[in-house]
Design a protein around this ligand. Structure first.
Ligand code: URA
Length: 271
């Protein structure tokens, strides 16, 4: 546990080396608790490093060497867990294998490098955009649990131009056939807005509009059904945000790992 080693704090998270690091940062990164919560665990004497109780908040650990335990249970960084996002193209089903032989998203992500990789939730076959993958079952369950209200942002190309009062019905929680949808955040997007690009690939069709919607539920075809309920058929749908994670730097059909900062921010929405 060298205390005089290079301080990694302050270096942008995705460029950061992970050794050595402050113990409370290690605990937070491992998902044990927030940074402050981890400090409390340390000062309460519940954290050991190589079998020695460590209460000093400036202590550092080498995650590759030191054995860190909380209440006697080993804690490790998620070096063995994978978190990545795919920019899903149209025409791919959200499954890891398809008995009908349709193209599935599994063929677009590194399943050999990360055995056990699976998608967190699903997008319809004709929906494009951000699909999160992980090998971390606990994290996936938490992200999908309604209790955590993880906001997802979608961009929809719709037939016709919705009125303010129609959009208000979505904002107030529109009734669907399986019960009312939770209130959504909704706005009309300028077709020149960069976020609109994925749903208008061949130019803006006449008599259509682009709607941005954030919802925190994940019911089947939910966005399309919400738009149908205000009588505006959704003709293209794209997801560009999942909680704090944005679909940046990924071309359609490609994937990238989440940065450490993105993993941390996802964990934060779960606390
Ligand atoms: N809502 C839908 O209607 N379809 C999707 O793929 C995702 C959200």
């Amino acid at each position: 546990m060298p205390d005089d080693a290079v301080n990694t704090e302050g270096i942008p998270a995705d460029e950061e080396r992970i050794v050595p690091m402050r113990l409370q940062r290690f605990l937070a990164r491992a998902g044990v608790a927030s940074r402050r919560g981890s400090e409390n665990l340390m000062t309460a004497g519940r954290v050991t490093v190589n079998d020695v109780v460590v209460t000093e908040l400036g202590s550092k650990v080498d995650p590759l060497v030191d054995v860190v335990c909380v209440d006697g249970r080993r804690v490790s960084l998620d070096g063995d867990k994978a978190y990545l996002i795919l920019n899903k193209p149209r025409g791919y089903v959200t499954t890891m294998s398809d008995p009908q032989g349709r193209p599935c998203v599994a063929s677009l992500v590194p399943t050999r490098r990360y055995p056990g990789l699976f998608p967190v939730g699903r997008l319809d076959v004709d929906t494009t955009g951000l699909l999160l993958f992980t090998t971390d079952g606990d994290m996936a369950q938490l992200l999908l649990h309604p209790r955590h209200h993880v906001w997802k942002h979608y961009v929809a190309l719709v037939r016709g131009v919705p009125t303010d009062s129609q959009l208000d019905r979505l904002r107030n929680g529109i009734r669907l056939d399986d019960g009312p949808a939770a209130p959504a955040k909704v706005s009309l997007l300028d077709p020149l807005d960069l976020r609109a690009v994925p749903v208008i690939p061949e130019g803006m069709p006449y008599g259509h509009a682009v709607v941005g919607l954030s919802i925190r539920e994940g019911r089947k075809h939910q966005v399309k059904r919400m738009l149908a309920a205000i009588r505006h058929e959704c003709v293209r749908l794209h997801r560009d945000e999942f909680g704090p994670v944005k679909l940046t730097g990924v071309e359609p059909g490609c994937w990238r790992e989440l940065t450490l900062a993105e993993r941390d921010s996802l964990r934060k929405v779960l606390t």
